[in-house]
Design a protein around this ligand. Structure first.
Ligand code: GN1
Ligand code: MG
Length: 367
């Protein structure tokens, strides 16, 4: 898809002019570009094409982001000790928070956060602790923003019942003639279905509270500064009502896996317990006073729950012929699913230790 990036940027209220741009290749859904300007005062922006096939209500999504970033900015200005930054949405010339181009594509612009970096694989406990504290803080600072004003940007995003139903529909349709390749993965899913449905049951019965959560807490959605202090949480498209278990679990899936999400050598995949422990301690440091008993009890299991739901989504997309996640080769989604399932097996073996680590961290917070 060829796009006139320089022309698109002219629709936003930027300082200077776009001189140059570079495509950023991380992320499976949207498309992102670093924008360099000729202004010394404001040298960089971050432009994103919002995938309208997936995010059906871009207006609601952008209003969510503006509400959340404004709330966080106000909170942070009250507490100067928090050296945290918040994404800054740049408005368009017409005052809107996104630009709709004549072909019906949606664009948004943020100020570029310079001097920051992220981690795809984490092997340093200090960084894991920082990350846990940062995502925990994100949730706690949003605790007093009313849920009612926030739209659901992807309905049923982490609804396990719905995801299982869709998977079974895809198996029955077998559009890409790939079901024959995944019999062991189908078995894997069947064996764990009952256990995975315990979380939606807790949500339905009201025992697990809904909060404003991030819902895409991949570890690389935390930006760190040059001294490895967590600086900013990014990728706010899926901030909406959810369970805190979604946020904790997805960070463990990504941050505490010893391998990358699409590792081909499955023997590289394992749960890194020191990283898990450090993340858990950091996370509880900033959320403990808010969490309920049921949330704490299910925290360690949420790592398996989130790894399962995302593995199931990769597998479903493989069966459908790769229509959702961006892929680089035909087996890419299957490889991603295999990594998730291998990680679940590793976590099953360490389930007792993972639970004990949460309880130990809780005890420290209570002390
Ligand atoms: C997608 O595009 P990215 O990497 O931010 C997906 C997440 C998955 C993730 C798996 C809106 O996120 O739910 O966990 O890929 N986002 C959406 O890597 O579906
Ligand atoms: Mg994302």
């Amino acid at each position: 898809m060829e796009r006139d990036i320089k022309e698109i940027v002219t629709h936003f209220r930027i300082t200077g002019e776009c001189q140059d741009f570079e495509k950023n290749t991380t992320g499976h859904i949207n498309e992102s570009y670093f924008i360099k300007t000729n202004s010394a005062d404001h040298p960089g922006y971050f432009l994103q094409w919002i995938n309208h096939n997936i995010f059906k209500n871009v207006e609601g999504l952008m209003d969510n982001i503006c509400a959340v970033t404004a709330h966080l900015a106000a909170k942070l200005s009250e507490n100067k000790d928090l050296a945290f930054k918040v994404l800054e949405v740049i408005l368009c010339e017409n005052g809107k928070n996104h630009y709709l181009d004549p072909e019906g594509h949606y664009w948004r612009l943020y100020t570029f956060i310079s001097g920051a970096h992220g981690y795809n694989v984490v092997d340093n406990a200090k960084i894991a602790y920082e990350g846990g504290k940062a995502f925990g803080l994100f949730m706690s600072l949003l605790a007093d923003l009313p849920l009612g004003g926030i739209s659901e940007t992807i309905p049923d995003f982490h609804n396990m019942e719905k995801r299982l139903y869709t998977f079974n529909q895809s198996l029955a349709a077998d559009k890409a003639d790939r079901v024959k390749e995944i019999s062991s993965q189908i078995e894997f899913v069947k064996m764990r279905t009952g256990q995975m449905l315990t979380i939606p049951a807790l949500i339905k019965s009201g025992k697990l509270p809904m909060r404003i959560t991030h819902n895409d807490t991949k570890f690389n959605n935390i930006l760190f500064d040059s001294s490895d202090h967590a600086l900013c949480i990014v990728d706010l498209d899926t901030v909406m009502p959810g369970s805190i278990l979604f946020d904790f679990g997805d960070s463990i899936r990504t941050g505490a896996n010893t391998a990358v999400e699409d590792e081909k050598d499955l023997s590289e995949v394992d749960i890194n317990l020191p990283i898990y422990e450090a993340y858990t301690r950091g996370f509880l440091k900033s959320t403990f006073s808010t969490l309920t008993e049921v949330e704490i009890e299910n925290l360690s299991f949420s790592a398996r729950f989130m790894t399962f739901i995302i593995g199931l989504r990769f597998l479903t997309d493989f069966v459908d012929g790769d229509t959702y996640f961006r892929t680089s080769y035909p087996e890419h989604n299957l490889d991603r699913a295999k990594v998730q399932f291998r990680l679940i097996e590793a976590m099953e073996k360490k389930a007792d230790i993972m639970q004990a680590i949460v309880m130990q961290a809780v005890e420290e917070e209570n002390a």
